[in-house]
Design a binder for this molecule. Structure first.
Ligand SMILES: C[S@@+](CC[C@H](N)C(=O)[O-])C[C@H]1O[C@@H](n2cnc3c(N)ncnc32)[C@H](O)[C@@H]1O
Length: 318
């Protein structure tokens, strides 16, 4: 195990957690990682819950896909790790679903509930800077969902997952693409001025700001390649999905997913403002980019969707 972990890297919270939050352009952000610029506040927790419920719909009521039960059956202690747990909804649901398992959720900010199942705990750690504070081969199942925008060195992150997972253990990675889709086609297939300008400009701006932070915005579509490059995993399985955004799908299941994704994005667009301003975009321009995207979200002249990249794999036994 790496030894560069300081005791202070993991925090067990007392009553006053103000040191973990700072105010940036009117929103509350974490203090552990200055490059992760999405808020850590009530609206972001709400967004985290919407994202979680959406994924449950996509997975037909479950919290995962892949041989999770099998991975947990063989573990002696049955340990589950959720990286970038957000509001902790997934970790809490998993703790309820697997009462004999120990579930640990890690995040940059203490935005999880204080009252949780007895087999669920939350800890603070910047996964981009520090070693995850657990021994080698400790976990049976590791879940990392929608976190790549806070991880500059994703290959190193995967190495950590490899270190922490026991041989035969399972990893499940889920990352939404940062390239929006309109009427089934990506932005690159549309000429300028086709009525999709606001939506596409917002995503282009977001990707550009992330790149200036050193984030590789191609990680979602390269999950398999990056996982394979570790030489540590077998049975790498891809199950990508196309998530509708809004109220255009006609079948009830897709419509519910579309509504949840729409509600998520309604919170996401204003959440980007502190990031845009901190990236040097003038306030009036940032507000216009967000307002134009909101217009496209509220009154779309196209059927928007987004690609969800989902990959699971088992760590080699030998
Ligand atoms: C978009 S939210 C997703 C939350 C949850 N995984 C879900 O799927 O609903 C991303 C979360 O990852 C956390 N995160 C981002 N970068 C991180 C890092 N370097 N270390 C720890 N947590 C991180 C953020 O604080 C945030 O709560």
């Amino acid at each position: 195990m790496s030894t560069d972990l300081l005791a202070a890297d993991v925090s067990y919270l007392g009553d006053d957690d103000s040191e973990f939050f700072r105010t940036v352009h009117g929103r509350s952000l974490n203090t552990l990682n200055s490059r992760y610029m999405l808020p850590a506040d009530r609206d972001e927790v709400k967004r985290s819950e919407l994202h979680h419920r959406l994924l449950q719909f996509v997975f037909e009521g479950r919290n995962y896909i892949g041989p999770v039960k099998e991975a947990l059956q063989f573990g002696q202690q049955r340990r589950i790790l959720d990286l970038g747990t957000g509001g902790g909804f997934w970790a809490i649901d998993m703790a309820d679903n697997f009462p004999r398992a120990e579930v640990i959720g890690i995040d940059l900010a203490p935005i999880q509930p204080r009252t949780v199942p007895p087999n669920c705990t939350f800890e603070l750690c910047d996964l981009d800077q520090w070693s995850i504070p657990y021994p080698d081969n400790h976990f049976d199942f590791i879940h990392a969902r929608s976190i790549h925008t806070g991880i500059r060195d994703y290959p190193r992150f995967l190495e950590e997952i490899n270190r922490l997972l026991r041989p035969g253990g399972l990893v499940l990675l889920i990352e939404p693409s940062l390239v929006p889709i309109a009427d089934g086609k990506p932005a690159t297939e549309y000429p300028n001025g086709t009525g999709l300008h606001g939506w596409f400009t917002l995503w282009e701006t977001y990707r550009a700001c992330l790149k200036t932070q050193g984030i590789d915005t191609t990680v979602p579509q390269r999950l398999v390649e990056l996982l394979a490059a570790t030489d540590a995993f077998e049975k790498i399985t891809v199950q990508d999905g196309n998530i509708p955004v809004g109220f255009w799908p006609s079948d009830p299941h897709s419509l519910t997913v579309g509504q949840l994704q729409w509600m998520d994005y309604e919170l996401f667009l204003p959440a980007l403002k502190p990031f845009f301003l901190s990236s040097g975009i003038p306030e009036a321009k940032a507000e216009r980019i967000i307002a134009d995207a909101q217009r496209d979200l509220y009154y779309p002249s196209f059927s928007p969707s987004t690609q969800l990249h989902i990959v699971y794999a088992s760590k080699y036994l030998y």
